[in-house]
Design a protein around this ligand. Structure first.
Ligand SMILES: Cc1ncc(COP(=O)(O)O)c(C=O)c1O
Length: 417
């Protein structure tokens, strides 16, 4: 849901989604407004509004959904969390939350970790036991392109990136064409297939995951899913959380992207696998003491922003998809092109065709009080109506100067969160 203005504590209706706004207050230049807050009701001299009460600049930030800020209900949950030591495995809030996610994903056990990267890397390290071994994934996968080469350093594994033949997502045929089986000594056998869902906002269909899962099991290959944004595929109706997760030996799920938790991801899998991952987590300094301060907030992120049912039908996340589609339409109606269809919360503007480089686009964004990084615009539930309006003005400016724009090249890779 795109939050907008709060008029005297009365919920407003978003002109972009037609839905009631959450009572979060932001002004259109990104500064915090002194209007009323739903949970705190009013700022008082003894209890002034804090950063927890408003998305602040996140309401104007399209760079990533990692930008989402934790909210007051999370702070309240933190206040009510248990404060025991999780390395001793004594923190009840954490144990309950891990049990809750294990149950919601149809897995035996779960482990809270600091980040999506940590979840993926612990999963790979725990599945991979003996060199030579390799991981097969999409050539654009986060584990290959954006985890600082962690699979090489932590697991001594070769990561092999396959190009989807349909140009969209990996199919069983792509996996079969790229997998390394057997023990011929030139090869580096595939021991894990890692699927990313969503990948750049694109959904991997459940049927395809099922086919790859059957193939992986037949060949004794572990199937991991980087489900940092699996929530988005689910709320879009691609399948339930359980449907997707049960096909995989492990899944990592992020709470700190579109769901807005301050920190954390969850790794799910079998008991023995989670025990090993807990061990590796300790080895890399990821065993935390009073973990409840993180897991309590992450639970609120799941229940409020994804939702309490298996399809995320009653959370706020789904509204970000409607806003993304609206933004995509504004751009294409103006004559702009998209480099990918808008399936979930990401809009991919084809900036090259529009004659503008990433840095020039980012600079133009700044002029309009927006944060953008590249043609990838990520919509999250804290994006404001004002930000969408400003984006439209920015888009008009790009399209109107299209023919005269300098044709300089974009040099260097953009790393996405
Ligand atoms: C698909 C995907 N997986 C994993 C990660 C890593 O998450 P984190 O930044 O929490 O390490 C990201 C980060 O944005 C991501 O987009």
């Amino acid at each position: 849901m795109a939050p907008s203005k709060v008029e005297d504590g009365v919920p407003q209706v978003s002109k972009h989604t037609g839905e009631q706004e959450p009572l979060i207050s932001v002004s259109n230049n990104g500064t915090e407004s002194k209007k009323l807050d739903p949970i705190r009701k009013a700022a008082t001299p003894s209890a002034p509004l804090t950063a927890w009460d408003t998305p602040g600049e996140a309401a104007f930030d399209f760079r990533s959904d990692t930008i989402t800020t934790p909210i007051a209900s999370m702070l309240l949950a933190i206040q009510n969390s248990t404060l025991k030591d999780d390395v001793y495995h004594e923190d009840q809030t954490t144990k309950d939350f891990e049990g809750y996610i294990a149950q919601r994903t149809s897995h035996e056990d779960a482990l809270f970790v600091m980040s999506g990267t940590m979840g993926n890397q612990l999963a790979l390290r725990s599945h991979l036991t003996q060199i030579p071994h390799s991981v097969l994934c999409d050539y654009r996968a986060h584990i290959l392109t954006a985890e600082a080469g962690g699979t090489a350093s932590l697991s001594q594994a070769l990561v092999s990136g396959a190009v989807p033949s349909n140009g969209i997502y990996l199919t069983l045929e792509d996996i079969q064409a790229n997998v390394v089986l057997g023990d011929e000594i030139h090869g580096c056998p595939t021991k894990v297939i890692s699927l990313e869902n969503t990948l750049g906002g694109t959904i991997m269909p459940l049927d395809e995951v099922r086919k790859i899962s059957v193939f992986a099991r037949e060949h004794g290959i572990k199937l991991h899913m980087d489900g940092a944004r699996l929530w988005n595929a689910v709320v879009e109706g691609a399948g339930s959380l359980e449907d997707y997760c049960r096909e995989c030996d492990s899944v990592s799920l992020c709470f700190s992207k579109g769901l807005g938790a301050p920190i954390g991801s969850m790794l799910v899998g079998k008991k023995e696998f989670i025990h090993r991952a807990r061990w590796v987590r300790k080895a890399i300094g990821g065993g935390l003491r009073q973990m409840g301060v993180l897991t309590s907030a992450a639970k609120v992120a799941v229940d409020e922003n994804f939702g309490t049912d298996q399809y995320g039908a009653n959370g706020k996340l789904q509204v970000s998809h409607a806003v993304a589609k609206k933004i995509a339409k504004i751009w294409t109606d103006l004559g702009g092109s998209l480099s990918k269809p808008t399936e979930t919360n990401m809009v991919w503007l084809d900036l090259k065709k529009a004659g503008i480089t990433n840095p020039a686009f980012a600079a133009l964004g700044k002029k309009h009080s927006l944060k953008v990084l590249s043609g990838r615009l990520v919509v999250h539930y804290q994006i404001s109506d004002e930000a969408v309006d400003a984006l439209e003005v920015l888009m008009k400016e790009i399209i109107s100067r299209k023919d005269t724009a300098p044709k300089e090249k974009t040099v260097g890779k953009v790393y996405y969160g």
